[in-house]
Ligand binder design. Structure first.
Ligand SMILES: Nc1nc2c(ncn2[C@@H]2O[C@H](COP(=O)(O)O[C@H]3[C@@H](O)[C@H](n4cnc5c(=O)[nH]c(N)nc54)O[C@@H]3COP(=O)(O)O)[C@@H](O)[C@H]2O)c(=O)[nH]1
Length: 727
């Protein structure tokens, strides 16, 4: 506590100036401010302006004597307790002295004044006055601290209660009473067991953790309990309980500071939900699924039975999203989730991994895995009925991969991979079906990994080369273009079919550098043929472009660079894209194709008729050529209906001003049919198999008139290849 007591002030009142002077002289040695007055009136004037620590008052003064002045001093609130020492002649009797004490004197000094006595008395009373001031200051400070503490206790939002050693509440601040719903002091005397919601008989306070805490003088913090209110309701609390220790270190109770954490608990629950559940469908998300799966694996391990993991991927969900919008897609996912949950009511935990991928954990699967197959079929059937989304009828199906797990030795990752592989197999099998993971699938996967590793070095090791297949005008037999087809022969090994390695290269992203190599090689080859005069400048080079190349940001600059480097004109290059590639990301692909078209490069739609055969895309894409898929040509001479489709495609293409190329023409009959329906051009073994550049040159030299169409002969009506097989 700071001792900020000011220097004491002493007032000397005497009508005689010489008395004042001599007293001042004596008192100058004392650390005090001295004030002097020569009359009672003057003294009272000083008292109005100053607080004096003591007054030396002459009794005998004209007009107003010392007694009268003292009475008035006592009457003043400010000076009523100021010590007054009367200064008077020594010959006065006792009654005179008593009168002085009656009007408030604390002592007398007798004239002639002994300096020593004057100093002693003044020092003594100054000390008293100083002590009094200190005491007053302490009291003031105590009151301030007390008021402040009371204010804190009242205004704090935290409840504060204290318990006596028996566990009874002996103090509660207003917040505690309000939180616990007690009026006024009705809470005092209540057992803590009541607040805890326990019975004080079955769990007496001496057994309570708080009591032990108090005994061991520890502080405990807890946010896992609830406090019970007067009306029986309860709320989750966070509290700190500290023992109240007196100086002799005996605990005399416990103070609890607590707050209602209902809101915090709610938020925590919401956060947990968000972290573990998918917000669109309410199903467990990937994080929760992983922990559910690991728990299920341990359980099946303990029980020595199998577990099945079913990996569901919706078929063509992207199309729904792209064509009907993401809102419809989201609603569809919600309804799919509901149906899957219904289908798994009798067993199986559904989770959503993200996008259109769902996982189902099925425990206690028997060795024949019949249970898993039954559930997969049930889920497939559950999606059969059309979905009603915002008044629209939407159809969706799913492909399911099933992997069985027979013990914890199998890690989650490998189980997921197996289910994923099986799901892809289901997609390959035409979708809307389920497939079990098999060892054969595993073999395939290992093979494709091995192929990928070898592919990574193939470019650098110069293991690629191109074959070219002519495209011929149906009427004139003249070559109008060549399709560049990639070939791969790893050192010392047999040729690997593009059908085998191109999907692997696409999957691994290797198709981008490989495709760039194909483009550069094919463009420079055609430019060389143009320059040598072997081919007319109207002959184009068709190069297949994979969707990974289309998605790659550098495609346009790569094309510009290759055309510049090789000297080929943009109109002499034709890029073949499949409908499947367009459908993967129609918006992106359509934009890129327009940019390619703007460069003057020709665009051709490959394998038309095998995929969506969407007329919408025929209109939307800046196409020059439409290639009818081999399967339609194969059907020539077969079913009427298939031929009608072929006719329609040719008719439609002509109307859309597209050049039609029929792929895979192998017979004269097919050629005749196509000619009859004015199909512009053909490509296929009937003209030539894909050949190396050298063999293409031989072929062209051999047919000097430029007519590559085989001569019709009545002897051999249906020869596959009339040209010599040159490789
Ligand atoms: N992204 C890239 N894809 C490419 C590239 N090179 C080839 N491919 C694609 O690989 C698939 C298989 O190609 P391939 O084994 O070369 O088969 C082609 C022809 O040999 C075959 N064909 C042609 N005529 C006939 C025929 O009369 N009968 C018959 N059975 N087959 C025939 O067709 C394939 C050409 O198909 P298409 O591309 O659709 O015109 C194939 O999908 C290639 O596209 C490449 O560099 N990049």
């Amino acid at each position: 506590m700071p001792n900020n007591i000011p220097q004491p002030k002493i007032l000397i009142v005497d009508d005689r100036i010489e008395n004042i002077r001599s007293m001042k002289r004596v008192l100058e040695l004392i650390d005090a401010e001295l004030y002097t007055a020569q009359s009672g009136i003057e003294a009272l004037g000083f008292l109005l302006r100053h607080d004096f620590s003591m007054i030396l008052l002459d009794v005998m003064m004209p007009e107003m004597d010392g007694f009268e002045t003292a009475e008035l001093i006592r009457g003043n609130l400010n000076s009523q307790h100021t010590p007054i020492i009367f200064v008077t002649a020594a010959d006065k009797d006792e009654s005179f002295e008593f009168k002085g004490y009656d009007v408030g004197a604390v002592d007398y000094l007798y004239k002639p004044i002994q300096p020593h006595i004057l100093q002693r008395k003044v020092r003594f009373f100054l000390q008293l006055s100083n002590n009094k001031s200190l005491l007053e200051n302490s009291l003031c400070e105590l009151k301030r601290v007390k008021d402040h503490n009371e204010l804190l206790l009242k205004s704090t939002a935290e409840g504060i209660i204290s318990l006596d050693p028996m566990g009874k509440i002996n103090f509660a601040n207003p917040a505690a009473k309000q939180l616990l719903m007690y009026n006024d002091d009705t809470i005092l005397g209540i057992d803590y067991a009541h607040i805890q919601g326990t019975d004080n008989l079955t769990s007496p306070f001496k057994d309570c953790a708080l009591h032990h805490t108090a005994l061991s003088k520890r502080i405990i913090h807890d946010d896992q309990q609830s406090f019970h209110c007067f009306d029986g309701s309860s709320f989750p609390v966070e509290f700190t309980a500290s023992p109240i220790c007196k100086t002799n270190s005996e605990s005399s109770g416990i103070v609890l500071v607590f707050q209602d954490i209902s809101e915090r608990k709610k938020t925590e629950q919401q956060l947990t939900r968000l972290a573990q559940y998918d917000c669109l469908t309410g199903l467990p998300n990937r994080a929760l699924f992983t922990s559910l799966l690991s728990q299920a694996i341990s359980r099946s391990d303990r029980r020595k039975n199998k577990l099945a993991l079913l990996f569901l991927d919706l078929d063509r969900f992207k199309q729904v999203n792209d064509s009907l919008g993401h809102d419809v897609g989201d609603l569809l996912l919600q309804q799919v989730a509901q149906r899957l949950q219904l289908a798994t009511l009798e067993g199986g935990t559904v989770s959503r991994l993200g996008g259109d991928e769902f996982m189902v954990i099925l425990e206690e699967v028997n060795s024949e895995s019949h249970k898993a197959a039954k559930l997969a079929q049930k889920m497939i059937t559950s999606l059969d009925a059309p979905f009603n989304i915002l008044g629209r009828e939407v159809l969706i199906s799913t492909s399911i991969g099933i992997a069985l797990c027979s013990g914890s030795t199998q890690c989650i990752d490998s189980l997921l991979k197996r289910a994923d592989m099986a799901m892809y197999r289901a997609k390959e099998q035409g979708r809307n079906n389920f497939q079990f993971y098999t060892a054969e699938l595993q073999q395939q996967a290992s093979k494709s990994i091995e192929l990928e590793n070898r592919l990574r070095h193939a470019l650098q090791r110069k293991e690629f080369f191109l074959h070219y297949q002519p495209q011929v005008d149906t009427n004139s037999g003249q070559i109008i273009g060549l399709e560049a087809l990639l070939r791969w022969q790893p050192d010392g090994q047999a040729l690997i079919s593009p059908e085998e390695f191109i999907p692997v290269a696409e999957e691994a992203g290797l198709i981008v550098p490989i495709g760039e190599w194909v483009l550069r090689e094919a463009c420079s080859q055609l430019h060389r043929w143009h320059r040598s005069g072997l081919l007319s400048p109207t002959v184009k080079m068709a190069v297949n472009l994979s969707v990974r190349q289309l998605e790659h940001t550098s495609l346009l600059s790569t094309l510009t660079q290759i055309l510049q480097e090789t000297g080929l004109k943009p109109s002499q290059l034709e890029l073949e894209i499949t409908e499947t590639a367009v459908m993967k990301d129609p918006d992106l692909v359509v934009n890129i194709l327009h940019s390619i078209h703007a460069m003057g490069i020709q665009l051709s739609l490959d394998d038309f008729g095998t995929g969506y055969s969407s007329l919408r895309y025929l209109k939307l894409l800046p196409l020059h050529v439409l290639k009818i898929d081999r399967s339609f040509i194969n059907d020539i001479g077969g079913k009427q209906r298939d031929q009608a489709i072929l006719e329609s495609i040719i008719y439609l293409s002509r109307n859309l001003d597209l050049t039609v190329v029929a792929e895979g023409v192998e017979t004269q009959e097919q050629l005749d049919f196509l000619s009859r329906f004015n199909c512009h051009s053909i490509q296929g073994y009937y003209i030539s198999k894909p050949k190396s550049a050298a063999n293409i040159e031989k072929l062209l030299h051999k047919n000097k008139d430029g007519n590559l169409l085989p001569m019709k002969t009545s002897v051999i009506p249906d020869r596959l290849i009339l040209l010599p097989e040159v490789y």
